[in-house]
Design a binder for this molecule. Structure first.
Ligand code: ZN
Length: 392
């Protein structure tokens, strides 16, 4: 699923079911290749802007190389574009009879359009990737953006545009550079005429002033102590989102313990974690054995402190160690709140009812899961009963 990027969480059919898809016919003006944080080359169609169901659409995803080939999508083609829910619009089909006479099949690049390194495609992979690593500016910028993003270091003042400008000007090339900004900025008394020689003087940049620079430094200082899940997530390990970062924090407790096991390729504990598959486990181990990642982590830890993870899940509640399944609509809280509450009390929340389920919490309009619970003789709880149990 991860390979399709934006389709990560909700399967496409689920969205299509909820929102009727809207379609329109328009021209593909260009096909651009975007390079992501992990080097993935993603083709995007620039469209002649068109209104699709009340929204102006000017680009659509083309997913990957094979998709372009399968649908024979070319620059200049007239395409049926579809929008469903808040998913990025996509090209459903093209109209070959409306194709210009001089049209040529699209050739997918085999070198990275951002850095010129070879872009290769592993066997059984749908995605072609730039091999430039950190020397690829596109990848480096995307990693920095990820590092400061909301679920990672959450540094206000370092938005996408600022990261790009600071990267291009050599001010921030690596995550660790963020934490030396203030020190490198120079003294207030530096002579204006020697600008450039005695410090960065960010306050002299267009669009910046003393106040915004001070606010930025303050935001950065506030992040010198970071929680373990945030730190793991910020590293940008392939396939490791914030939920997986939390799992790793809960199971290893300290960054040193995690790094130690990974560097020695001791994976017994890792693969025993519910929710971490073999392929993801491999990616995690490889990440920690890559020399440039080791250097980056060492450098970062000179400036920041990673907190040990304190597990706040209780083991003395009525729900500790129990497996719960929610079904139907809850009225006093959202599903996410109920789930978080149960987990905090030490319960595990499963997606489907099985013989291992302890309780099925039944909301309004419950469907097949309530029926299955009855068949298997599993105890069901109303929302009120569930709330009562959480207060025990
Ligand atoms: Zn590249």
């Amino acid at each position: 699923m991860n390979r399709l990027g934006f389709l990560t969480r909700t399967p496409r059919w689920a969205i299509a079911h909820k929102f009727p898809a809207e379609q329109a016919l328009t021209r593909i003006n260009d096909i651009r290749i975007q390079v992501g944080r992990t080097g993935a080359l993603t083709p995007v169609a620039d469209l002649e802007p068109i209104n699709v169901g009340g929204v102006l659409v000017s680009h659509a995803t083309l997913h990957n190389e094979d998709e372009i080939k399968r649908k024979d999508i070319r620059i200049g083609d007239m395409a049926v574009v579809q929008r469903a829910g808040d998913v990025i619009p996509q090209v459903v089909e093209i109209k070959p009879d409306k194709r210009p006479a001089d049209s040529k099949p699209f050739e997918f690049p085999t070198i990275c359009p951002e850095c010129g390194a070879h872009a290769i495609r592993e066997e059984n992979e749908a995605i072609r990737r730039c091999t430039g690593g950190l020397t690829c500016p596109a990848q480096a910028k995307e990693r920095l953006k990820h590092f400061v993003s909301k679920d990672a270091f959450d540094i206000i003042g370092l938005g996408d545009k600022v990261i790009e400008a600071f990267y291009d000007d050599g001010i921030i090339k690596h995550p660790a550079d963020i934490f030396t900004l203030e020190e490198r900025n120079g003294s207030e008394n530096d002579d204006l005429f020697t600008y450039g020689n005695e410090g960065l003087h960010l306050e002299r940049r267009v669009g910046w002033g003393k106040l915004s620079v001070n606010n930025l430094f303050k935001a950065i200082r506030a992040r010198r102590i970071v929680s373990l899940p945030r730190f793991i997530y910020a590293l940008g390990i392939p396939q490791v989102g914030s939920a997986t970062a939390l799992l790793l924090a809960q199971n290893y407790g300290t960054f040193d313990a995690l790094q130690h096991d990974m560097m020695l390729r001791e994976t017994a504990k890792l693969v025993a974690i519910d929710g971490i598959g073999g392929e993801m486990g491999n990616d995690i181990v490889e990440f920690f054995n890559e020399q440039h990642n080791i250097n980056e982590i060492d450098k970062l830890r000179q400036y920041i402190e990673v907190e040990n993870y304190v597990d706040e899940r209780r083991n003395d509640s009525a729900l500790s160690g129990k497996t719960l399944v929610f079904t139907g609509t809850l009225e006093k809280m959202t599903r996410a709140e109920a789930k978080a509450l149960a987990q905090k009390l030490g319960a595990k929340v499963a997606g489907s009812v099985s013989a291992h389920t302890d309780y099925v919490v039944v909301g309004v309009d419950a469907g097949s899961k309530a029926k299955k619970a009855a068949e298997l003789g599993i105890k069901t709880l109303s929302e009120t009963e569930f709330i009562a149990i959480t207060e025990l």
